[in-house]
Ligand binder design. Structure first.
Ligand SMILES: Cc1cc2nc3c(=O)[nH]c(=O)nc-3n(C[C@H](O)[C@H](O)[C@H](O)COP(=O)(O)OP(=O)(O)OC[C@H]3O[C@@H](n4cnc5c(N)ncnc54)[C@H](O)[C@@H]3O)c2cc1C
Length: 293
């Protein structure tokens, strides 16, 4: 290992393949990847990266990210080891790297309602707050009461009303702040009733989404009054393939990796869908998946 980041030896790796760390199973090498377990280590890592003019990015479970085939020339900080969870009555505070689906499953067992929508979303708590993840009529903003975040070397907190939540967005999308934890306040309900709803949501996911192939969730955000999947299907693009990537036969707002897809294959399909939907319907689809290059 180079002298760079040498004091983080136990949590840092050099030259890793990003494809193994993304749900799309696509992406070239990253010069460095780090897996800090707490906010102080995260802050120290960033300080060293800045001092040495190394680019860095924060990544949760990379379930909403497409990594470039050329990889990332810099430091990729994965939050997945920052996953402590503390339950306190009807509230729960979870580290940014905790699994959203795991949290939803525990809430169900405890008879606490509010996170049923999250069961099956394969991201972390931090990624979910950043994106205001949602499904089946609910979203993070409906249950989040507070988050803590790192700004420079300071740890600060933010109340629910200061998150500027919108459709798949929060205040974090327009800052360099790093979410460290989130507190959700839930509502007591019968565990059977909660489990029934979570299972119903999961069954609907399995029926409609191409979970049998690597993917990164919905490719496009929902435009006002329309569904991207229906528009792409009406444009005749369902099943279209470029290299190893396919506009899913099962749901046209998903691009799946049928084996050895590259990020460039996926970008070409994304652009084709955007152009064709615009040409036919005059609707400009905006991507939900974040491209990192
Ligand atoms: C099969 C499948 C189904 C999905 N279903 C849904 C769904 O129903 N609803 C939905 O909303 N999404 C869905 N998604 C998309 C994705 O799972 C969510 O957006 C999820 O919240 C992303 O979390 P993540 O940890 O993977 O974030 P990542 O993909 O790792 O990151 C997403 C963005 O968040 C930023 N980020 C992550 N952690 C932090 C942090 N701690 N601080 C600051 N910024 C951070 C990253 O820099 C990046 O810009 C689905 C994805 C898949 C693969």
């Amino acid at each position: 290992m180079t002298a760079l980041f040498s004091k983080f030896r136990s949590i840092i790796r050099e030259n890793i393949s990003l494809s193994s760390y993304s749900t799309m199973k696509v992406g070239g090498p990253a010069s460095f990847a780090a897996f800090p377990k707490d906010g102080n280590t995260l802050s120290a890592l960033i300080a060293e990266a800045r001092e040495n003019k190394i680019r860095y990015i924060i990544v949760g479970n990379a379930s909403n990210i497409l990594f470039s085939d050329r990889g990332f020339d810099g430091l990729v900080i994965f939050t997945t080891a920052m996953r402590e969870v503390h339950w306190d009555g009807i509230s729960v505070t979870a580290g940014c790297g905790a699994s959203l689906t795991g949290l939803s499953a525990t809430a169900t067992k405890k008879g606490l309602s509010g996170l049923e929508f999250a069961f099956g979303i394969p991201g972390t708590v931090g990624g979910a707050v950043y994106m205001n993840a949602g499904a089946y009529g609910s979203q993070v903003s409906a249950v989040l009461t507070e988050s803590t975040y790192l700004r420079g070397t300071e740890i600060l907190s933010r109340k629910a009303e200061d998150h500027e939540f919108g459709y798949r967005t929060s205040v974090y999308r327009s800052t360099d702040d790093i979410i460290l934890s989130a507190t959700f306040t839930l509502t007591p309900k019968s565990p059977d009733e909660i489990a029934l709803l979570a299972e119903k949501n999961m069954a609907s996911r399995k029926a409609k989404q191409p979970l049998e192939y690597p993917n990164a969730g919905s490719v496009f955000k929902r435009p006002e009054g329309a569904f991207p999947g229906a528009l792409i299907e009406q444009a005749g693009l369902k099943g279209l393939r470029v290299g190893g990537a396919e506009i899913s036969e099962k749901h046209a707002n998903f691009i799946v990796n049928r084996g050895n897809a590259t990020a460039d294959d996926i970008l070409r399909l994304t652009e084709t869908a955007q152009k064709e939907v615009y040409r036919r319907f005059g609707i400009l689809l905006e991507t939900e998946i974040i491209y990192i290059s």
